[in-house]
Design a protein around this ligand. Structure first.
Ligand SMILES: Cc1cc2nc3c(=O)[nH]c(=O)nc-3n(C[C@H](O)[C@H](O)[C@H](O)COP(=O)(O)OP(=O)(O)OC[C@H]3O[C@@H](n4cnc5c(N)ncnc54)[C@H](O)[C@@H]3O)c2cc1C
Length: 325
């Protein structure tokens, strides 16, 4: 195995870490090397050492949008789990850098990349601040939510994002805020500028505004209840499998429903009986079961409607040769 030598801040490396424990699908093979750095200096050292050793790097938050190959991941997986700080900046009277955030007094919440985005919403609400309610009870980290530009209940993360601190592809420490046209223009439907280059998000800052805690919690409880009714917490999944596309004329779930796919099984994987755009790991599914089911849906949708459904889920790890028979 290639050697990686950690000098500088210590961060233990684990070998053959089971990725089932780090994905919400509860599937996937082992990571060759796995690290959970607790500080940005450790992240930088890890990235530098991995680069020197020629090892590919996969960054994970809560693995809520990942389908990791059963063969596993070669190289180094860095989990942000321990970079989970939440910190409120003093209220400041200034025009928010994100014009969509409104003109009220803005309070900035700084979240470590690995902080649960749902916990961030709860922390904000308890502090008398609103803005993140729509993300409550959505699995995932702050870094993952920014990278994906997660969207739900009518809003995207970019609607409330203030700024991001990240290590760019050259490992330079950078700050970018939503005033920068390039940065703002890089966000779209489930699209962020981070998808185009391999950077490591260390911290995200969100624009919040004063709100009564009970009002924020009322919204958040309603959202949690809605997710529960849609079966989001009933079985392991990664939420929606495919993106929606206006050109289709209907949400992807409705299209798949219309094609009779609700409840369709492949190995241990099944299209959720409650929502046709969600695949659940029902009976100890493998990632291959899930991917086969995804491709069955894609092929059928393309044949019957002419639309190519675009997966929202990210295939990670070693999928070489997949589909070649
Ligand atoms: C039950 C359920 C419901 C869901 N509902 C929704 C929903 O309503 N809307 C929605 O948009 N999504 C939804 N999802 C998907 C998922 O919650 C989001 O995509 C979430 O933002 C993923 O965050 P994560 O931390 O788990 O990222 P991961 O899955 O770990 O990673 C996703 C991508 O982001 C990259 N990444 C993660 N962290 C960093 C970082 N710090 N720096 C650089 N790159 C990084 C990874 O390399 C990967 O490419 C749902 C998932 C589940 C399981």
């Amino acid at each position: 195995m290639k050697k990686i030598n950690i000098s500088g801040p210590l961060c233990p490396l684990r070998e053959n870490e089971d990725m089932k424990a780090h994905t919400t699908f509860k599937t996937g093979g082992p990571a060759e090397l796995f690290a959970e750095p607790a500080a940005s200096g450790e992240v930088e050292t890890l990235l530098r050492e991995a680069r020197a050793a020629g090892l590919p790097v996969l960054v994970t938050g809560e693995g809520a949008n990942l389908l990791v190959s059963d063969r596993g991941v070669s190289g180094l997986v860095i989990s942000t789990r321990r970079l989970a700080s939440l910190f409120l900046e003093k209220p400041r009277e200034r025009p928010p850098v994100n014009p969509r955030a409104g003109q009220q007094e803005t309070v900035i919440l700084r979240a470590g990349a690995g902080a649960s985005i749902s916990r961030a919403a709860a922390f904000a609400a308890d502090s008398g601040l609103g803005g993140l309610e729509f993300l409550y009870s959505m699995p995932g980290s702050a870094g993952g939510a920014v990278w994906m530009n997660a969207r739900c209940y009518g809003f995207s993360v970019s609607d409330v994002l203030d700024s991001v601190i990240f290590l760019d592809a050259g490992l330079a420490l950078r700050y970018a805020d939503m005033k920068e046209p390039l940065f703002r223009g890089g966000f779209g439907y489930k699209r962020s500028p981070f998808q185009a280059e391999s950077s490591f998000i260390l911290e995200a800052a969100f624009c919040l505004r004063p709100s009564l805690p009970h009002e924020a919690w009322k919204k958040m409880r309603a959202i949690e209840e809605d997710r529960r009714a849609k079966g989001h917490f009933a079985a392991p999944s990664a939420g929606s499998v495919f993106k929606n596309n206006r050109a289709f004329g209907a949400p992807t779930g409705e299209i798949l429903d219309g094609l009779g796919f609700r409840g369709r099984a492949e190995g241990g994987a099944r299209v959720s009986p409650l929502h046709a755009n969600i695949i659940i790991n029902e009976k100890n599914a493998s990632s291959s079961d899930i991917r086969r089911l995804i491709e069955i849906l894609q092929t059928a949708a393309a044949e019957k409607t002419g639309f190519r459904l675009e997966p929202e889920i990210i295939y990670a790890g070693d999928w070489t040769g997949w589909g070649a028979s």
